[in-house]
Design a protein around this ligand. Structure first.
Ligand code: PMP
Length: 452
């Protein structure tokens, strides 16, 4: 029986919910990445490294709250902290002590953080970071790297093509696109020239410090170093978007692991312990532009400062979950554990690929795992274990093959998103063993359909 047919057969409950959802949401989903063909799984419950769907199938989970759950689902200390906060109130519409503790932890852990401001998501954090940089420099342009993802606000969407032509990007103001300069990562020469020629107009350079899509296309450390040096030389604010890498790559994020300190850092996911939340942190004189200087009456008026209201900024529940998390990840032990499982998993999956001679690549760093089905189509061999910087990969993704592998993995009790997954500190060797076995079975199914 085909992968697709078995998937449909094994998930009648998800199928029913998906047809209901199709009448409610675009595509029936509430996040682009949750879209799946023929329909997504509906999950009822999760615990540790596992989750259970509405049909009672248990899965080892590598979605892990889209990367938010470094300590796994329902970590007891986080649950206890959130429950304690629930009994006190969910929202005071007022300052509260927990937000200070939460902010102090960010300042203590993240090297670039002299001041911090909490937001409700990573998208809000990058939006605020760019506004702060524009105000601070009096410049408008934003330098981005091709394929680097920073959420869905106007300033970070849409990319000119190789000829520099602006694409049709529905809903984006033309002026915003014109204010974007996009260069390829690892092209230090173009970066140098761009900053030399246009640096006087560029407010900020923003990047994902481990490479496009959290390391799916890994970046050269030398390029990141060059970015630090060149932006400083031209008075451009350097922003590390550590929404994924923050607290994961090391307790202080990629910046701590690399020893490269940006001017500003955007964070979300792990910082809020699995609840909604994010923050922008950085040099005090940049972040302090949010400060109200003269009187309350100017709080919402433009001019002289950057306004930052936000109903759920630093809300008590997210603060409680964030504190419980950051208090537990400061010594690096959780990251070391997750990284070790990541290494075991990548090694095990590569062995399975070699055993079957499958046309699939598995790679990644720390607790992130990437996979790419059909590398031979772009001249890469499955035996290449370090295709890291090959830009052909991102252009050559075949959605059908990637999705089919995902479905086949689900049939064998593992859920990993269509391109990459996240490992938590509570994934066990047993989980890894089960995943490698599931991967091997899934590869066999893909091969039977001529897809790998
Ligand atoms: N930046 C990066 C690097 C991200 O990976 C994401 C989300 N995956 C965002 C920003 C946006 O964060 P959020 O989904 O919380 O808006």
């Amino acid at each position: 029986m085909s992968i697709l047919k078995r998937y449909v057969e094994l998930h009648p409950g998800s199928r029913r919910l998906a047809s209901r959802a199709a009448e409610v949401f675009p595509n029936g989903v509430t996040h682009d990445i949750r879209h799946n063909t023929p329909f997504p799984l509906y999950v009822r419950q999760a615990s540790g490294s596992h989750k259970t769907d509405v049909d009672g199938n248990e899965l080892v989970d590598y979605v892990m709250g889209h990367g938010a759950l470094l300590l796994g689902h329902n970590e007891p200390h986080i649950m206890e902290a959130v429950e304690a906060q629930l009994s006190l109130g969910t929202h005071f519409g007022a300052s509260h002590e927990a937000e200070i503790r939460w902010g102090e932890l960010v300042l203590r852990l993240v090297p670039s953080a002299e001041r911090v401001r909490f937001t409700s998501s990573g998208t809000e954090a990058t939006m605020m970071a760019l506004r702060l940089a524009r105000a601070y420099t009096g410049r408008e342009k934003v330098l981005r790297l091709r394929e680097h993802f920073h959420g869905w606000n106007d300033s970070v969407m849409g990319q000119p093509d190789a000829e520099g032509t602006l694409p049709a990007s529905p809903g984006l103001p033309h002026g915003t696109l014109e204010a974007s300069i996009v260069v390829a990562q690892n092209d230090a020469e173009t970066l140098e020239r761009t900053l030399r020629e246009d640096g006087g107009d560029i407010a900020a350079m923003i990047l994902e410090p481990t490479g496009a899509h959290w390391g799916t296309e890994p970046i050269d450390l030398g390029f990141v170093r060059a970015a630090r040096e060149l932006t400083a030389r031209h008075g451009v604010v350097l922003i590390f978007d550590e929404v994924i890498t923050g607290f994961r790559v090391s307790p202080g994020g990629a910046q701590q692991a690399y020893g490269i300190t940006p001017d500003m850092t955007t964070m979300a996911k792990i910082v809020a312990g699995g609840l909604p939340g994010g923050c922008v942190a950085g040099r005090a004189e940049i972040i302090e532009q949010i400060a109200i200087r003269d009187s309350v009456s100017r709080a919402y008026t433009p001019g002289g400062r950057i306004s930052h209201p936000g109903t759920f900024n630093a809300n008590p529940l997210s603060a409680a979950a964030g504190i419980a998390t950051l208090e537990r990840i400061g010594d690096g032990e959780a990251q070391r554990r997750a990284n070790r499982m990541g290494e075991l998993l990548r090694d095990g999956m590569r062995d399975a690929i070699a055993r079957l001679g499958a046309d699939v690549l598995v790679y990644g760093e720390a607790s992130v795992i990437n996979y790419f089905v059909g590398p031979s189509r772009v001249g890469l061999r499955a035996a290449d274990l370090t295709p890291q910087t090959d830009p052909r990969m991102l252009q050559a993704y075949d959605g059908k093959r990637q999705q089919r592998l995902r479905l086949a993995m689900i049939l064998h009790g593992v859920d990993i998103p269509p391109f990459h997954g996240w490992i938590s500190s509570v994934h066990t060797e047993e989980d890894v063993g089960a995943t490698v076995q599931a991967f091997e079975e899934a590869l066999r199914m893909l091969q039977a359909e001529g897809l790998a």
